[in-house]
Ligand binder design. Structure first.
Ligand SMILES: [Zn+2]
Ligand SMILES: [Zn+2]
Length: 298
């Protein structure tokens, strides 16, 4: 536990430095970065809490993935830890109360629902994991907020609990280290960011649980196309650390960060945020990204 805590302290320091460097290098993003730094620090701090005993027991019965091509647990089988997510939602709502009017309004409505012990909020976490879009839409209408904003709060409040579940599975060698499919080995979601490591190896970052795994260099994360003729990338001399990989077979794209060219430490959610202009560029060229892109806050 002590080791996990020390790792978390080091991680928080690293995140702070990443955000500081990014704010200096990218003044246009400064204001947005201030809020997201607080948000990600809240999240990372929470990943050190222990898993509830019943949840740990449940995960201990998950068999090793070995050579299976199925995701280890799947998004729907993550467990919501109501005490942890409720507490986080409250903290995030407080941090969001100084944001733009729409976010601040949603934060105060959600906080009031939490104070009143409204059961619908806790149920909403389960709907979110199950991707029950119709129920989430109804709830967002009831609460008078955009569904995307409701999902933003749900996702950021539940992620630390998901991260703790993923960490348990990783520490207990349940995840197949040789997994080479472009969907997440843990939850089966699509990646929403890729990066090249210091050795040039390509990794994908899950758009939902943020697990990272390595894959072959030429492989579309959406349609699994590996034909080099239909996979190419867009690149600008002004931003050497970034590429947008496109697939002409499914007309989708994934942003890719080259760590060897990045002038700050790599933190996936931050890089996803400060490259929103690349999403606009890819979309203007007729390519579509990951539908879950907003999950990182973009
Ligand atoms: Zn995942
Ligand atoms: Zn494709």
């Amino acid at each position: 536990m002590e080791q996990i805590r020390n790792q978390a302290v080091a991680k928080l320091k690293e995140i702070h430095e990443c955000f500081q460097d990014a704010a200096e290098q990218l003044p246009a993003y400064q204001e947005m970065l201030r809020f997201f730094e607080v948000l990600y620090e809240i999240q990372e701090s929470d990943t050190t809490s222990p898993l509830p005993h019943d949840l740990e027991q449940r995960l201990s019965s998950v068999p090793r993935q070995n050579g299976s091509s199925k995701p280890l647990i799947g998004r729907k089988n993550f467990t919501n830890d109501p005490a942890a997510t409720g507490k986080l939602l409250h903290i995030i709502c407080k941090a969001a109360s100084s944001q733009g009017s729409e976010i601040a309004h949603a934060a105060s409505v959600l906080n009031a629902s939490l104070q009143n012990d409204a059961p619908s909020i806790q149920v909403a976490f389960a709907w979110y994991l199950r991707e029950d879009d119709a129920s989430l839409r109804l709830l967002s209408q009831e609460l008078g907020m955009d569904k995307k904003i409701l999902i933003f709060f749900l996702y950021h409040s539940i992620w630390p609990s998901l991260a703790r579940q993923v960490r348990y599975l990783q520490a207990h060698d349940r995840i197949n280290p040789m997994w080479s499919s472009p969907s997440c080995p843990v939850c089966g979601s699509s990646p929403n960011l890729a990066y090249f490591s210091e050795t040039g190896k390509r990794h994908l970052v899950c758009g939902f649980c943020r697990y990272e795994w390595s894959v072959q260099r030429i492989l579309c994360p959406y349609c699994e196309n590996d034909d080099p003729e239909s996979i190419s990338y867009i690149y600008s001399e002004q931003e050497k650390a970034y590429r947008i990989y496109t697939c002409t077979q499914c007309k989708r794209y994934i942003k890719t960060v080259d760590k060897r060219q990045l002038s700050r430490k790599f933190y996936a959610p931050l890089e996803s945020l400060v490259t929103l202009h690349l999403d606009l560029q890819a979309e203007s060229m007729g390519f579509k990204g990951n539908d879950d892109l907003h999950l990182f806050g973009g």
